[in-house]
Design a protein around this ligand. Structure first.
Ligand SMILES: Nc1ncnc2c1ncn2[C@@H]1O[C@H](COP(=O)(O)OP(=O)(O)OP(=O)(O)O)[C@@H](O)[C@H]1O
Length: 234
């Protein structure tokens, strides 16, 4: 069988933050490869480096040392503008507090990234409607974020992240603010996108239900990967 290709590769990555001029080490010489089609839970105690690793992989922040590739592109050597372009074209973020634009409707929020990408209006609208319907949000297209439940907002955030057809989607604690039923429905939906469309997901989480549904689990402790296990195909 052909070996799946790595879509993200981090090599010997270290991150040291500075807080009041005091160095705060967050990641130590971390190396990891993410394959196309992976469905990964990033777990570990609070402060173990999960968000730091997601932010580095997604090009939201830069490592103190080490190198990261997204596809063929080494992102650690890119300037700010080029890095922003990689994020826009290849990475889908889903933030814990959703980060939807409050004055835009659900539909407009999903269309927004495609607008930045220069997708024409008709295709934008068609794609956004298709995704919202696929994610069970039919009839809610014109609602603003504050007129939607937490679970619905999180689904809009996922629709927005995948509308841009990213190589990889990085949800940071996607179920943290959801009740267990909404969290479970969100996981069903992400798993379906993973299985049917091959979308790659890496999510940080403290939620055992999310870990249960992941196909690969990476455990961080004190800024180091202490385990990286694939589950047998079910
Ligand atoms: N911007 C920052 N400035 C200084 N220190 C930071 C910054 N961001 C994170 N840290 C520190 O880096 C370490 C790793 O933090 P990180 O947020 O990656 O952990 P985490 O595993 O995501 O935690 P949680 O599960 O609580 O979200 C912690 O010691 C944290 O305090």
């Amino acid at each position: 069988m052909a070996r799946p290709s790595a879509i993200v590769r981090a090599e010997h990555v270290t991150k040291v933050y500075q807080r009041d001029s005091i160095p705060v080490p967050a990641l130590h010489l971390t190396s990891v490869e993410i394959q196309e089609g992976d469905f990964i839970a990033l777990v570990g105690p609070s402060g173990s480096g999960k968000t730091t690793l997601l932010n580095l992989i997604g090009g939201l922040d830069r490592p103190t040392s080490g190198r990261i590739w997204v596809g063929e592109q080494e992102i650690t050597s890119l300037g700010r503008k080029a890095l922003a372009e990689v994020r826009l074209r290849h990475i889908g973020f889903v933030f814990q507090e959703y980060n939807l634009v409050p004055v835009l409707s659900a539909l407009e929020n999903v269309e927004y990234v495609m607008l930045l990408q220069g997708v024409d209006e008709e295709r934008r609208r068609r794609e956004a409607l298709r995704l919202l319907h696929e994610l069970g949000l039919e009839g809610l297209e014109s609602r603003r974020p504050n007129e939607l439940s937490g679970g619905q907002q999180q689904r809009v955030a996922v629709a927005r992240a995948i509308a841009a057809r990213p190589m990889i989607v990085l949800p940071d604690e996607p179920t943290a603010n959801l009740d267990s039923q909404s969290g479970s429905a969100l996981m069903d939906m992400m798993r379906r996108l993973n299985e049917e469309q091959g979308t790659t997901f890496v999510f940080s989480t403290h939620d055992p239900m999310v870990v249960e549904r992941a196909r690969r689990v990476i455990r961080l402790r004190d800024g180091r990967i202490e385990a990286d296990e694939r589950k047998p195909a079910s």
